[in-house]
Write a protein that binds this ligand. Sequence first.
Ligand code: AHR
Length: 551
Amino acid sequence: MDRRRFLQTSSLAGAAFAFTARTAWSATADAHVEVLLDESVGIIAPEIYGQFTEHLGGVIYDGIWVGEDSPVPNVHGIRKQIVDLMKQIHVPVVRWPGGCFADSYDWRDGIGPRKDRPTRTNFWADDPDAARLKGNAVQAYETNAFGTDEFMRFCHLSGAEPYLASNLRSLPAMAFSRWVEYCNSPAGSTTLAKQRAANGSAAPYDVKYWGVGNESWGCGGNFEPEEYAEEFRRFTTWVPHYGVPLSFIGSGPNDNNLEWTNGFFEALRRKNYMPRELHGWSVHYYTWNLSMGETTDWVAGKRDALDFDETGWYELFLQGLYMEEIVRAQWGLLGEFDPGRNIKLVVDEYGPWYKPGTQLDPTHLLGQQVTLRDALLTAMTLDIFNRHAEKVGMAACAQLVNCLNALFFSHEDKFITTPVFHVFDMYAAHQGAQSLRVNFSSPQVHYQRKGKPTALAGLLGSASMRGKTVTVTATNPNLKDARLTEIVLRGSARITSAEASVLTDADMHAHNTFEQPNAVQLKKQAVDVQGDRLIITLPPASVSSITIQLA
Ligand code: AHR
């Protein structure tokens, strides 16, 4: 990210929360939230709260798959604790098997008796951390113990829809079509349906979501957008449906690359090709937390997950809030090609990405500790998606366990939740609710970046309503000041009760470990209801969720 973009982000964050006063506010409160009950932005797709799992480091092996003979409590080889907690937060959809891994994966290697499955070189084998692992670690040599049928069972156990990412770089379109056939052809109909039955499921899996390649501009083939469009056409023309409403997700831009989006859709337009199954355009945006725009080298420039100062705290948010600009800009461009708005944005990789060194086990490639700072960033990101509910159709946090912005850490029999898990727990109430127009107003946060005073929005959040329940979520990034906040509901509503929970800590580096699994956890927060409004203190460095019941 260059300096110009940092500055754009800063001013956009401020503009997005411009406040319009309508009536008198409490004189004592120093922050105000106005929720417009009659102004719906759209339904918040539950799929926005999706997760991403890749055959990378400790995600599948150690994170999800422990094996049927393991002493770790499991259901058919799948770690029981993880599926139980995924159900608690209502994970709606899980993306698999990558990531970059997807474009080197042959789904046919991962079906049938496990003892007969081939071992293959994992995409990540050349990662410096994989190379440091001694012996035939599964991180370098994929055993295929976890394949399509295991993934489907994992989804079934956790209550999530499967989202399969296909291999467009190194397999032909026929392999994609056959994967759809294996998953979706009716019981007893095809040879692959019979194979599926022999592998444990006579009933079809009815997989709706299919990613057509991953990062096709990079690890997924280094294509030009026009070349990718050609492959996309080959892959998506006449894929059998078997009565399932297929939803294809095209491999969209890195960050906010508008040339990629434009080039791809222009190429489809030239061929007059716009398949009705194309419902998603993926966006990948990682918050690299580079050294304040001094470098664009995302390998050398990455910073530490645990070792950061006040500036590092605010910088992460400044960079992360650029997501809102990406959503607006990509959506605007998509509209030129899809005026009917059939295609939604699918942000299927997001989160902070730090340098290695804080992972809980050396086998957890791209593993990193997850602090309170990451919880705030995740909350801000989910609030952006909620506020743009008409634009974002699906998202996936990278990644579910033992990798990047993980919700869980596990190693052998040890298993804990991270602060990011608590955010998903607090925000689950937004799933499927009406996103409401909301205005946040608060003193900005000021900090020094490269010796220059810089401002960041002082309070950020979103609101939604389902029946008589309104949920407001808010982050206070200020490290020192609590915000005495007044929340007003516009639209002739009477509040009968309200309750709130908060995630915070006096230490901005707070995080959970196997030794201290509950260092960061949710707490109840007092709310004072006064007619059509309520008053709540939002502590410094906090994420809050306020549940309001209407008469
Ligand atoms: O999430 C890790 C990697 O980041 C994914 O494999 C890839 O799609 C992205 O570059």
